[in-house]
Design a protein around this ligand. Structure first.
Ligand SMILES: CC(=O)SCCNC(=O)CCNC(=O)[C@H](O)C(C)(C)COP(=O)(O)OP(=O)(O)OC[C@H]1O[C@@H](n2cnc3c(N)ncnc32)[C@H](O)[C@@H]1OP(=O)(O)O
Ligand SMILES: O=C([O-])CC(=O)C(=O)O
Length: 370
């Protein structure tokens, strides 16, 4: 019995939700390039959960259900009010989402209708929680969902309290499409392992949020922005990156366990970063990113992943840096929920083995003799 570090290359389950084959990412067989250009996030949610693109009526029903379930229980808002103001935003989200289960009478109902309904509740309430958290820590009151037909538009309204502009809605919507699902990434695997014990969906999503938080996974988008802020100017990109590579530090937003020739989502975010920068008259973050990309790709052969250009996109949209990973969670909730529903449908406890490397043939030593 020998272990594979990080389970690299191990096929741990079957799934019909998303696939990565020869560097091509598909959701239910549809190329991500096609979806990025043409689909809305709500269509993608439907596609991931129900296995097909929705008809107009099915889409409208999902949009209306999302709006109907978007109110976060007052007790959870009060809990958020009690958080320290400088708390980590992903820790806040993880705690608030865990608390949602306490106020949902059907939290432990294991029927598939109830699980789909809870997926809708989570998809609707996670953005509302993030917006409420961001406002409360600034001394502002949470804003109720305006009930638009778009998760992106509702979130931007709830975050700022203002009517979001069309460009911002479209950009965020596309980012949500691009981040929605990604085969057996670490947080999705965590969600599947969790619910494979037949625990509830809130436990699965809470596990996933805690897993996404890490800087080797979803937390990298915030870490990319920290790096860009440290770099500060286009001129400083070369010395900064060279210094990091000499010290063998990781460059956040580069590299991937599965993609070795580039992440197909990155080019869409790169394009958005340029277009938004041009539109707002601030291309600084884009130009620094492009320079870093050329350098890291040239020197190390490492390509940017989904987290790299999303940092400059969100910054140009004036979204606070520590909300980047929570926004990733808004999107990935759709994928997590799809995998959780799939796991419940064809469940077996997930329990691999470990290759033991510790001492053998030891004896218990009474405490007084140690
Ligand atoms: C949504 C997402 O989760 S996308 C990933 C987000 N994470 C990041 O951007 C963090 C930076 N990237 C990384 O840490 C890695 O590339 C990961 C975690 C994404 C993939 O990791 P793994 O598949 O385990 O690759 P691993 O860490 O073993 O790297 C292989 C080699 O490439 C190097 N490498 C990989 N990524 C980077 C990087 N970003 N910067 C510098 N070197 C890197 C490693 O140091 C290692 O070199 P070595 O063989 O000389 O020791
Ligand atoms: O698949 C992975 O390992 C990480 C990733 O890109 C994602 O979760 O989107």
């Amino acid at each position: 019995m020998s272990a594979t570090k990080g389970l690299e290359g191990i096929v741990a389950t079957t799934s019909s939700i998303s696939s990565i084959v020869d560097g091509v990412l598909t959701y239910r067989g549809i190329d991500i390039d096609d979806l990025a250009e043409n689909a809305t996030f709500e269509e993608v949610i439907y596609l991931l959960w129900f296995g097909k693109l929705p008809t107009q009526a099915e889409l409208e029903k999902l949009q209306s259900d999302l709006n109907a379930y978007s109110k976060v229980p007052d007790a959870v808002i009060d809990l958020i009010r009690a958080f320290p103001k400088d708390v980590n935003s992903m820790a806040a989200l993880r705690t608030a989402v865990s608390a949602l289960a306490l106020y949902d009478a059907e939290a432990n109902d294991s029927s598939s209708e109830s699980n789909v309904r809870k997926a809708i509740k989570l998809q609707a309430q996670i953005p509302a929680i993030i917006a409420a958290f961001a406002r409360i820590r600034e001394g502002k009151e949470p804003v109720a969902s305006p009930g638009y037909s778009s998760v992106a538009a509702n979130f931007l309204f709830q975050l700022t309290g203002n009517e979001p502009d069309k460009v911002a809605i479209e950009a965020l919507d596309k980012a949500l499409v691009l981040h929605a699902d990604h085969e057996l990434n670490a947080s999705t695997f965590a969600a599947r392992v969790t619910v494979a014990t037949l625990t509830d969906i809130y436990s699965g999503i809470t596990s996933a949020i805690g897993t996404l938080k890490g800087p080797l996974h979803g937390g990298a988008n915030e870490a990319v922005m920290v790096m860009l802020e440290e770099i500060g100017t286009v001129e400083n990109v070369v010395p900064y990156i060279n210094g990091k590579l000499e010290r063998k530090d990781k460059i956040m937003g580069f590299g991937h366990r599965v993609y070795k020739n580039g992440d197909p989502r990155a080019k869409h975010l790169q394009k958005m970063s340029y277009e938004l920068g041009k539109l707002t008259g601030n291309l600084k973050w884009y130009e620094m990113s492009i320079k870093a990309d050329e350098l890291v790709t040239g020197l190390k052969g490492l390509k940017p992943n989904v987290d790299f250009y999303s940092a400059s996109v969100y910054t140009t949209l004036e979204i606070p840096r520590d909300l980047f990973t929570p926004i990733f969670a808004i999107s990935r909730t759709s994928g997590w929920a799809a995998h959780i529903l799939e796991q419940y449908e064809n469940n077996r406890l997930i329990r691999p083995r470990a290759e033991y490397t510790g001492p053998v043939n030891q004896k218990y030593i009474p405490i007084g003799q140690r």
